[in-house]
Design a protein around this ligand. Structure first.
Ligand code: ARG
Length: 271
């Protein structure tokens, strides 16, 4: 099957002030040293890879008091140019939401909503042409789901996350092709009912193994053809190729120490 990439616009934030000094997910261990220079190089590789593929990368100014800002996906959700801001679950990240909203206002986005309920942006919202898939259980409030549905006018499918290692939807599921509604996911991250919902909506989904999920292989970004994903998720490469995708392995190991990889570092600005 032939796959076409479509040009994307992404928002990223360099890990200039990245560090792990608190722990708000099981991946974060403040006792483990982070190599900041290496984190920067790995992040620059990802940014340059997007640009090399013809995508636009916008940059958010990092702030010294917000070490998790590199995980830019959490700061908002943008569909058809409308921006649903984030509201973070933990005080350590609260101030990031406003930095994002300010960026959108300064860059010509007219419709920017400050949300009433906790939602961690694209960490828990995944977008297909028909639906918004929405995670809950660890971060985003179930009340953020009707809020997103009302704001975007798209049906929201709530999915219950049950494994603390997969605390955001984007650690357990990745949209490979929005138009076709093609996804890959790790069933073990979801409640039995949510697994049944996913099986019903996406009978042809690529199912990830536990090992590939544990390498954060689902924290991936697809442009419709190229799928950028953690290179350690070796089991996903062949199944992706069989479907006509071109997997591109990235090394973001330093950022894994904060509990994120490719997708967490990438917010998509959907026109
Ligand atoms: N340390 C960050 C947190 O726990 C990592 C966020 C990862 N981002 C993501 N989109 N899953 O909030």
């Amino acid at each position: 099957m032939h796959r076409d990439a479509t040009p994307r616009r992404y928002l990223m934030c360099p890990p200039t002030h990245f560090r792990v000094t608190y722990s708000i997910n099981p991946w974060m261990d403040p006792a483990k040293p982070v190599d900041l220079r290496l984190a920067l190089t790995q992040w620059e590789d990802l940014r340059d890879r997007y640009r090399g593929l013809g995508h636009t990368v916008e940059l958010l100014e990092p702030r010294d008091d917000l070490p998790d800002m590199v995980y830019a996906a959490n700061g908002a959700t943008v569909i058809e140019g409308r921006v649903l801001g984030a509201r973070f679950a933990f005080p350590e990240r609260t101030a990031e939401a406003e930095v994002h909203r300010d960026w959108f206002r300064a860059h010509g986005f007219a419709d920017v909503r400050e949300p009433d309920h906790v939602n961690e942006g694209e960490g828990d919202f995944a977008v297909t042409a028909s639906y918004i898939l929405a995670g809950r259980g660890f971060r985003s409030s179930p009340l953020s789901h009707p809020e997103a549905q009302e704001f975007f006018g798209r049906p929201v499918i709530g999915l219950d996350l049950i494994d603390p290692r997969y605390y955001h939807l984007d650690t357990a599921l990745c949209v490979l092709d929005e138009a076709a509604g093609e996804v890959m996911y790790y069933p073990g991250a979801f409640s039995p009912g949510s697994r049944a919902v996913l099986a019903r909506l996406f009978p042809d989904a690529l199912i990830a193994s536990e090992a590939d999920a544990a390498a954060l292989g689902l924290n991936a970004v697809s442009d419709g053809r190229h799928v950028l994903l953690p290179q350690a998720a070796v089991g996903l490469f062949e199944p992706l190729r069989k479907r006509g995708f071109e997997p591109i392995g990235m090394d973001l190991d330093e950022l894994l120490k904060g509990g994120g990889s490719v997708k967490c570092c990438t917010q998509e600005l959907r026109p």
